[in-house]
Design a protein around this ligand. Structure first.
Ligand code: FES
Length: 72
């Protein structure tokens, strides 16, 4: 689904960039895709996608930190 209609960017492209660690902050997302620099209609939806994707990445089992006591 297109979320940056002005630039033809899809939600899938944003999610992939987050998964590939190309984007870790909203500023990086703005720099890469130019969010809101034209009509601004995308900002709310893109922030929502960003927050959901970052939370999902942070909570994924492969990203969870192993307690030091478990390594002893
Ligand atoms: S959709 Fe127009 S600037 Fe984002």
């Amino acid at each position: 689904m297109y979320v940056f209609c002005c630039n033809g960017v899809t939600d899938r492209e944003i999610k992939r960039s987050i998964e590939m660690k190309e984007i870790q902050t909203l500023r990086e997302l703005n720099n890469k895709f130019g969010m809101g620099k034209q009509c601004g209609k995308c900002e709310t939806e893109v922030r929502k996608i960003f927050n959901e994707s970052v939370t999902r990445e942070h909570d994924s089992p492969s990203r969870q930190i192993t307690p030091l006591t478990a390594l002893a």
